[in-house]
Unconditional design. Structure first.
Length: 352
């Protein structure tokens, strides 16, 4: 059904189409909520990671339901957990429109949303009021304001982390956002070291993940991972959208669009390789949430075998529709059985 509706949606501006899809999802949310009540732990796909029980490996990626407005929808769609955000200490309107663009030939999106969000207090309130029965993570980024630097930048992040930690199952610290004026924030190892030291002092009673960019060099990634391993970080999310324009055929269109974060199929191989690189550095000590270019069973399974224990999807849903979660879950069960694995955790890192 979605493939029939997609040409109509794609005639609209991507952000407007996103808004219409959200309205439709809100209408069907009560039905999906009822359907999800019978969903229980799946012995093949369920895992306990960082002390949390995940019914399945799939979630929406941060940016899709950034303001936690459709929480009741995702479990019924086949998600084993949900991550909302990115959110910041202060509400933000984001960048001027247009700020989202499709590369249809590449099944990709370029966005420069600019961290538009309702603020961590509002989003945390919605998370607190929910009763999904699956882990809900809140993704935290620095407020989109270039004047918030130095000590003020650290305080901004810590404010958001403390607020979110009171209600979330886990938090993800987003250390880079290619869609803001300041671009990189805490990607510098010394700044990240300082931030994580402050987070350590909070003694948070929930898991903490750090989300990395796909763009830094291998040497830079190794230095970042070295910093992460020195602190009380429970896992890594890899990767964010890319500021680069690798693996695309729509070169001229991308030049016309200009800056922004690239997501979708062009990141499939890039994200998988970055996950494999990180897995080789951390092994089983830090679970990895793989995100970037997952669009079918094959790309999901390849990400697991590269080292990802959990998976997140955004752009794949835009091109494949909301049924993608259940199709991937079904396909993963079949593939795992075929390869002789009793649980998905046994396949994690098999190719790394």
């Amino acid at each position: 059904m979605y493939k029939t509706l997609r040409p109509l949606l794609f005639k609209l501006d991507p952000e407007r189409a996103h808004g219409l899809a959200f309205k439709a999802a809100k209408w069907t949310a009560p039905v999906r909520s009822l359907l999800s009540r019978g969903i229980s732990s799946d012995e093949v796909l369920s895992q306990k990671i960082a002390g949390l029980d995940f019914y399945g490996p799939l979630s929406i990626a941060a940016g899709l339901d950034k303001n936690a407005e459709l929480l009741s929808t995702w479990k019924g769609s086949g998600c084993g957990f949900v991550e909302v955000g990115s959110v910041s200490a202060r509400p933000c309107a984001g960048n001027e429109r247009p700020r989202a663009f499709r590369l249809k030939k590449d099944e990709a999106i370029i966005n420069r949303m600019g961290l538009n969000n309702h603020g961590v207090a509002a989003v945390s309130s919605r998370v607190a009021a929910s009763s999904l029965g699956i882990p809900i993570g809140i993704n935290i980024a620095k407020t989109h304001d270039p004047s918030i630097t130095g000590e003020a930048g650290f305080e901004d992040m810590i404010t958001s982390i403390k607020t979110a930690a009171a209600v979330a199952s886990y938090i993800t610290i987003n250390i880079s956002c290619p869609n803001t004026k300041e671009g990189k924030t805490f990607e510098d190892p010394s700044m990240l070291d300082d931030l994580l030291a402050r987070v350590d002092q909070l003694r948070l009673p929930l898991p903490v993940f750090v989300k990395l960019s796909p763009d830094p060099s291998q040497d830079a990634v190794e230095k970042t991972v070295e910093v992460i391993l020195r602190h009380k970080v429970d896992g890594i999310v890899a990767v964010n959208t890319s500021s680069q324009r690798k693996n695309i055929s729509s070169v001229e269109l991308a030049k016309e669009i200009g800056r922004g974060g690239l997501s979708g199929k062009p990141l499939t191989a890039i994200a998988r390789e970055r996950v494999a690189d990180i897995y080789r550095l951390v092994g089983k000590s830090k679970p990895i949430i793989g995100v970037g270019g997952i669009h079918d069973v094959a790309s999901a399974y390849a990400m697991v075998k590269a080292g990802a224990s959990l998976l997140q999807i955004y752009t794949g849903l835009v091109y494949e529709g909301p049924g993608l979660f259940k199709r991937i879950n079904k396909g993963l069960r079949a593939q795992l059985k075929k390869d002789g694995y009793k649980n998905i955790s046994e396949a994690v890192g098999a190719d790394a």
